[in-house]
Design a protein around this ligand. Structure first.
Ligand SMILES: [Zn+2]
Length: 223
């Protein structure tokens, strides 16, 4: 099963990806990891990409797309979940073309929908339990709201992660994601149009629900 997943930072996309990986044994391929794998592997594409990165320039699509495709091809037959790419409509079109040429079917495209304000709150509301990273607490999510000032599970002290409180950085990422003309949503809608023509299946998930509810909905729609 080959899946492409879209969702803003704060939508729980990474968590759903990990759950799918566990359930179907498919590999979760995150775009940053594609770059790291090529660069550390010293491939020709990786060397070219590193040149652009070292100069502080964007890596062009004619390097990025073959790098992504290479990693996807290595998973052929086992299935993959691609996350974090494409980020604009042009990349979406080129990726689709490359997949078609490689004879790889895109079975599902998943979009986790979440209003921008909610996505921002979900990031900024995260609180980490000093006793256990797996004790989820979030001041903006009723189901996992801390018990006053302390962890709802164990009563431990809570802290924040600096990245989660960097509102400017969160806004910058969301500016790119929520841009329906030039950003990531434009890429998602490219595939939505394909699905309307029967070329793939497009699954929309309401991201305002709990992780468990979203997961159940996703699994039901994948079958
Ligand atoms: Zn705790």
């Amino acid at each position: 099963m080959n899946i492409l997943i879209f969702g803003p930072n704060g939508s729980g996309k990474g968590t759903q990806g990990a759950l799918l990986m566990e359930k179907y044994g498919i590999r979760h391929i995150e775009s940053g990891a594609v770059f790291r794998q090529h660069i550390s592997g010293g491939t020709e594409l990786g060397r070219k990409a590193k040149g652009y990165i070292d100069r502080g320039e964007l890596v062009p699509d004619d390097i990025t797309i073959p790098m992504v495709l290479d990693i996807l091809k290595a998973q052929a037959g086992k299935g993959w979940l691609l996350d974090g790419f494409p980020r604009n409509m042009e990349q979406a079109r080129k990726l689709h073309e490359a997949l078609t040429q490689a004879g790889m079917k895109l079975d599902y495209v998943v979009e986790i929908l979440l209003p921008r304000k909610t996505a921002r709150e979900r990031i900024m509301g995260r609180r980490l339990c000093v006793n256990n990273n797996n004790h989820p607490n979030n001041i903006f999510i009723d189901a996992i709201k801390p018990n006053g000032e302390v962890c709802r599970v164990c009563g431990g002290a809570l802290k924040t992660r600096p990245d989660d409180q960097d509102e400017a950085a969160i806004n910058k990422r969301h500016d790119i994601y929520y841009d329906e003309k030039n950003g990531t949503l434009a890429a998602a809608y490219y595939f939505k149009d394909l699905a309307a023509r029967g070329e793939t299946a497009y699954i929309e998930l309401d991201g305002s629900r709990t992780i468990g509810e979203i997961r159940a909905d996703l699994l039901a729609k994948l079958n």
